[in-house]
Ligand binder design. Structure first.
Ligand SMILES: Cc1cc2nc3c(=O)[nH]c(=O)nc-3n(C[C@H](O)[C@H](O)[C@H](O)COP(=O)(O)OP(=O)(O)OC[C@H]3O[C@@H](n4cnc5c(N)ncnc54)[C@H](O)[C@@H]3O)c2cc1C
Length: 446
């Protein structure tokens, strides 16, 4: 690390909160994606003011700053691809206030979903829990506009954040708490989902949800993943809108050791509500299953952690990283695209990990590869780019839920040049020195 930078950081954070040793730097050089980049230093603020000081210093001295929550991003969002300083926000993890009666909590950005849930009474919960394990931070979720399997019923994190406090790279504070009905709500909406490229969120007011009185999840084994789309159509025609309907494709089932020979996919259908209401929906669901004729089904009396929790297991099992492509598509295009993805994977001879949330038209595909096999790395990259193009041409929203980050920045700017240029202009207004999380959303300085 350049001596000058070291002095600046130590003056702001104190020696004990600036990490520069090789092992620490290596442990901040990756996330859950294939993207890699080593920082020059890692800082761990313990106050909101330190974040402001860091950003104004970075703008003045022109060094990159990459905000980081729990590092579970699937697109390289918290990876310092251009070096500089990683801003580890995990110590800003205070739960300032919980008002269960009014149904909200004010928290620091480094609070993980599991930490918040452990502090709120059993009748409340936080349904935007993408990995199903509560490992992500509320700041990271807000920055990605994260979605989860239950987003069909509850919306994305955007629908749960009623206020934020954030600081821009030039040190301007945006205190946007208490404007949920209007006024500067549009500004709050601009920061949410901006992937740590416009401002750093230092505090959030989030809505708490009451747990549903009752929940049932049907685990349905199907011959083909497309049968799950037909099941969803059947359910809608019977007046049932499931809170979640995830399809875990065969590739994931095989990796977690649950891939029986003739099972092409597993659907996880969650119904929530009062016991009476769930009972009626369950009866209609079973009638719909008679039409679809699944291989088998069983019922669990709870909300399932969703299909993406199985992707974590599959990744651990395969021991290989994956390049992820995520998009939300209109239903007919989703139906056409799923077999296309399989064709892409077989053309490039790459193993996939696929989960689809049918009510959201949302598909997440991981292309797994052996990092020691250069040819396989190239094939996985080509398969991911080809799939991003496929989704984009089908009218899909690239990066739905997971964000665009570094790994999807190139396809995003290729497929959506006007949107990419408009984003660059907005970023310049917030971040004239282009120091905050550079290389994310758009690959280069616009
Ligand atoms: C198996 C698996 C499944 C997943 N499934 C889903 C899914 O279904 N839906 C989904 O949305 N995501 C999913 N993810 C991705 C990930 O969980 C989310 O993107 C989550 O929002 C990241 O939270 P984090 O705390 O780990 O943030 P990080 O990964 O550390 O950071 C995410 C982004 O936010 C920025 N950031 C973090 N904190 C702040 C802050 N305070 N201010 C400004 N910027 C900040 C970072 O720079 C980065 O760009 C999945 C991940 C895994 C491993």
């Amino acid at each position: 690390m350049p001596g000058e930078l070291s002095k600046v950081l130590t003056a702001i954070f104190g020696e004990e909160n600036v990490l520069t040793d090789e092992i620490s730097l290596a442990s901040y050089s990756f996330d859950a994606s294939n993207v890699r980049g080593t920082p020059d230093a890692v800082v761990r603020p313990t106050s909101e003011e330190e974040v402001e000081e860091l950003l104004t210093s970075a703008t003045e001295h022109n060094y990159p700053v990459t905000p980081r929550g729990a590092g579970t991003s699937l697109v390289g969002g918290p990876v310092p691809t251009q070096g500089g300083v990683v801003l580890d926000l995990l110590r800003l993890n205070e739960i300032y206030e919980i008002d269960e009666e009014a149904g909200w909590a004010e928290v620091g950005p480094g609070v993980r979903v599991s930490e918040l849930e452990s502090k709120i009474g059993g009748e409340f919960y936080f349904p935007i829990n993408p990995d199903g394990l509560g490992g992500s931070t509320i700041g990271g979720l807000a920055s990605e506009d994260a979605a989860s399997s239950l987003s069909a019923a509850y919306g994305t994190i955007r629908n749960h954040v009623v206020g934020i406090k954030a600081v821009t790279p030039t040190g301007k504070w945006l205190d946007l708490r208490g404007f949920q009905g209007g006024g500067p709500r549009f500004l709050l909406d601009a920061i949410l989902g901006s992937e740590g490229t416009l401002a750093v969120i230092t505090r959030l007011t989030v809505r708490l949800r009451r747990r549903p009185q009752y929940a049932l999840t049907y685990k349905v084994e199907l011959i083909d993943s497309l049968d799950a789309l037909s099941l969803y159509d059947e359910l809608l025609s019977r007046g049932v809108e499931p809170a979640a309907l995830d399809v875990v494709h065969r590739d994931v089932m095989e990796l977690v050791g649950e891939g029986a020979r003739d099972v092409g996919a597993r659907a996880l259908v969650t119904l929530i509500g009062s016991p009476d209401c769930v009972g009626i929906q369950a009866k209609r669901l079973e009638q719909a299953l008679e039409e679809i004729k699944p291989l088998s089904f069983e019922v669990i009396e709870e909300i399932s952690p969703g299909g993406r929790a199985l992707v974590i297991q599959a990744l651990r099992q395969s021991k290989f990283p994956a390049i992820f492509v995520s998009a939300a598509l209109p239903t007919p295009q989703l139906r056409d695209s799923l077999p296309e993805v399989e064709r892409v994977a077989s053309r490039y001879r790459i193993r996939t990990l696929t989960v689809t949330s049918v009510p959201l038209g949302w598909v997440l595909v991981g292309f797994a590869y052996n990092p020691l096999d250069e040819k396989q790395v190239d094939r996985a990259n080509a398969a991911a780019m080809s799939t991003a193009e496929l989704f984009s041409k089908a009218g899909g929203v690239l990066g739905y839920g997971t964000g665009i980050g570094a790994s999807m920045a190139l396809p995003f700017s290729k497929q959506r040049p006007e949107a990419s240029a408009a984003f660059a202009e907005i970023k310049r207004a917030f971040d004239p020195a282009w120091i905050l999380n550079p290389g994310k959303i758009v690959p280069m300085r616009g």
